[in-house]
Design a protein. Structure first.
Length: 218
């Protein structure tokens, strides 16, 4: 049986930073499920499909073959065999991923892949519905959150470090809109699983959050 650590939470809560650290300390693989939704969204953008065109999305999503592999310990997302890591981290792709992840066919395909990965290997998996839908029997479940202000500031710093100039209030607006979309969709909405431990990282350092999660792993 594999050991499964599920980390869910809203955009910009620090899930991937924390999940990567925990995976490294435990020697597990890290599965970033948001990157898979982003790869799918990127595919829709390149196909000129609008986020509200349900028919096009449901018919076309079968043409996007998404897989992951690992290079030097880093997750690489392959879209129809091509590495798309370098193009999926933009706000445009993130917003498209949030808008298109509500469609059942998109979720079915990606959820199946995620379950398969977690059956084969010990994982730290992060996303929106990992503790509630993808891995309901996970050994450790964490709901990681932080205030919208703090999350916007973190995303702003991240983008600034990459040299992208942006408006922090626009980022906060986007974050709030994204939360609302992710929490209110009918299928697999973002919510804290009943047996998940709530960690509010607004006033915590990365080390403190990692330590907290490590202490939950027995
Ligand atoms: O974590 P992220 O910002 O990379 O995720 C992008 C979007 O993908 C997010 O707004 C909603 C969707 N997503 C999802 O619906 N389910 C997941 N398990 C992960 C992400």
């Amino acid at each position: 049986m594999s050991y499964q650590i599920a980390i869910d939470g809203p955009a910009g809560a620090g899930k991937s930073t924390i999940a990567k650290r925990v995976a490294k300390e435990k020697g597990f693989i890290y599965v970033d499920t948001g990157a898979m939704y982003r790869a799918m969204a990127y595919f829709f953008i390149t196909e000129n499909i609008k986020p509200d065109d349900e028919v096009a999305i449901e018919t076309k999503c079968g043409e996007a073959d998404i897989t992951i592999c690992y290079e030097n310990g880093e997750q690489v997302v392959l879209l129809n065999g091509k590495n798309v890591n370098g193009v999926i981290r933009t706000e445009e792709v993130g917003n498209m991923a949030s808008a298109t992840s509500k469609y059942p066919k998109v979720r079915e395909r990606l959820t199946a892949l995620q379950k398969e990965l977690a059956e084969r290997e010990n994982v730290v998996m992060d996303g929106r519905d990992i503790g509630t839908c993808v891995l309901p029997g996970a050994d450790v479940k964490v709901y990681l959150t932080a205030s919208a202000k703090v999350r916007a500031k973190r995303r702003f710093d991240e983008l600034a470090a990459k040299g992208e100039v942006c408006d922090i209030s626009k980022i906060e607006e986007d974050i709030i809109k994204r939360d609302e979309q992710d929490m209110n969709r009918p299928i697999a909405p973002l919510r804290q699983a009943e047996d998940a431990v709530l960690v509010d990282s607004s006033e915590m350092s990365i080390d403190e959050v990692v330590e907290k999660i490590m202490s939950l792993c027995v």
